[in-house]
Ligand binder design. Sequence first.
Ligand SMILES: [Zn+2]
Length: 173
Amino acid sequence: MARMIQDWSHKYQGEVFKLEKYIEEYLFKDRVQEFIGEYSNGEGLTIFDLNVPNVMVSDSCGARVGAQTWVYKKTGEAYIEISSWMLEDINEAKGVMRHELSHYVKEYCGLEGRPHGANFNKVLKVVSPRYFRRDRYWRNTKAIEKARLKLHPFAKRDTKLQCSFAGNCLNIV
Ligand SMILES: [Zn+2]
């Protein structure tokens, strides 16, 4: 089902440009391409063309959702929608990009399983071998938390559990 997204990408052009370059760099790393090659030649045939996901910014994907991925299977288009408050810390935003790119690669390779299940972890390890543990979650730095609470005043301040990606981090449409 289509969803209206308030797109703030024009306001964050510099960040968007930087993050799209970052995604492209990761997607075309040898280890990621080798991993993709193994699956696209095997049983897990890909059903859409490989694209570098576009980055778009919305005010918020949700009180707990740093970013979410959209994959349009018919056309192969993919978007990574990042919450504006996540851009308050570019390093955290990059971690979120590695996480979301892993969702995309998992779908591209036709790997089954839950959005954050074993196959997701497998891909995340390939995309982000050094940081795969921390890339499972985003972190609320001071700046992120300030911006997040401005948009979600009723979101509770504490608890690490809040910094998890919600189950709806991936949307196949
Ligand atoms: Zn996720």
